[in-house]
Design a protein around this ligand. Structure first.
Ligand code: SAH
Length: 377
């Protein structure tokens, strides 16, 4: 037996356990990612050890098989409407943080949001995602009213919100108004890393509380993290995986960290696309029915990032439905894609590039086939 295959034995066995629905410990998740450590989480000049490269290939092939088994070659599309870039928070990584005086702020009117939905519906979108900064203008009353309007005009469509941390009562009101899904990345499950990424007035406990509330209320819930965010270690990522394993979210958003020039992290290195792909694959094995987007950040970091994401277990893409006049203003990180196949009107292009990679864009709400709500499921 060669040295390399000997080194592969243990992590391959861990993958089999993951695929069989068994839980892994934090330390075991660390073992799956250990080869990335020496190389600065995939950003160093050393390259990763041979065993990790071989392992990644096996891992990604397994994830591809599991996605095929659960969802075939379907690509679910979500129309992303970036409704406001006003934000009361000051996350160090984010280009629309409140301290960024250079951000040109905008907020879509209700009418504009509805016409984005109309345009999206005509293009074949059956899920609308309203995402934005934490903007005080969008009170719970305004949000619920808007949700009711959207759900009554397009009753067969799923509505997803991604507007940050709210009270349990607010989430309950959104759910009552017909909102189906809620995306709130946990960002990091390591307390120390959380402090490195956020100012003192924010807390990881509240973020987690929100996620458990969302699950309990009955939303299809999305969590997730950035890969290669400043201060992140393999141990942070292992904690993220343990958290996802406990929460069992229906959706998981994972993309590489990309620096924004007007943030405290302007000079930091971007996260690794390759490590992101491995994490997508691990999540697919851990949560076989999960809805897993090949994110805009992945497509921004590498030209074929989204197609590669699909081959590593992803099954969702979220083209931009926002009016083109505001797209460049929702600038979370530098060079964020918002045109071409990343744009809703570029859907034909997306269909073609996905078809070339062996996938088919479908007109479907694409609900999560499985899971349940509440703790420990
Ligand atoms: N205010 C909402 C939406 C945030 S934007 C909320 O708090 O959930 C959506 C996601 O973009 C964030 O959760 C974060 O993970 C990601 N993001 C923000 N800045 C980023 C950056 N510089 N690089 C990569 N992803 C980033």
């Amino acid at each position: 037996m060669s040295g390399t295959s000997f080194l592969l034995e243990k992590p391959m066995e861990l993958l089999d356990r993951l695929e069989a629905g068994k839980r892994l410990t934090e330390q075991e998740f660390e073992e799956l990612l250990a080869g990335w450590e020496a190389n600065g989480l995939g950003t160093g000049s050393l390259g990763i050890p041979q065993w990790q490269a071989e392992f990644s290939e096996a891992l990604r092939a397994k994830a591809d098989r599991v996605r095929r088994r659960e969802y075939g070659n379907a690509v679910y599309i979500r129309g992303l409407i970036e409704c406001s870039n006003y934000c009361k928070n000051d996350c160090y990584y984010c280009g629309i943080r409140r301290s960024n005086r250079n951000a040109q702020r905008y907020r879509l009117t209700e009418k504009e949001i509805l016409s984005c939905c109309q345009e999206g519906y005509e293009l074949g979108f059956r899920t609308f995602v309203l995402q934005g900064g934490e903007d005080g203008y969008f009170t719970d009353e305004r949000v619920t009213e808007l949700a009711r309007m959207i759900k009554s005009r397009w009753p067969e469509c799923a509505l997803t919100l991604s507007i940050g941390e709210k009270s349990r009562e607010a989430y309950e009101a959104y759910f009552q108004a017909g909102v189906d899904r809620y995306l709130l990345r946990h960002e990091t499950a390591d307390g120390c890393h959380y402090r490195h990424l956020h100012p003192a007035e924010m807390s990881m406990e509240n973020r987690m509380r929100c996620l458990w509330d969302l699950k309990e209320i009955g939303f299809q819930t999305g969590a997730g993290m950035m890969v290669g965010a400043p201060g992140q270690t393999i141990s942070c990522l292992a904690k993220d995986l343990v958290f996802l394993q406990e929460l069992r979210p229906e959706m998981v958003g994972i993309g590489p960290f990309l620096p924004h020039h007007d943030t405290p992290f302007a000079g930091e290195m971007a996260g690794s696309v390759e490590l992101t792909l491995d994490l997508l694959a691990i999540v697919r094995l851990m949560l076989p029915k999960v809805l897993l987007p090949a994110t805009t950040a992945l497509g921004t970091a590498k030209a074929d990032g989204r197609e590669r994401g699909m081959r590593c277990g992803a099954n969702v893409v979220m083209p931009n439905l926002s009016p083109s006049s505001v797209r460049s203003k929702y600038s979370l990180y530098d060079n964020k894609l918002a045109s071409g196949s990343e744009a809703a009107e570029g859907l034909q292009m997306l269909k073609e590039s996905m078809a070339a990679a062996g996938f088919q864009v479908v007109v479907d709400r694409g609900d999560c086939k499985g899971f349940g709500t509440g703790h420990g499921q």
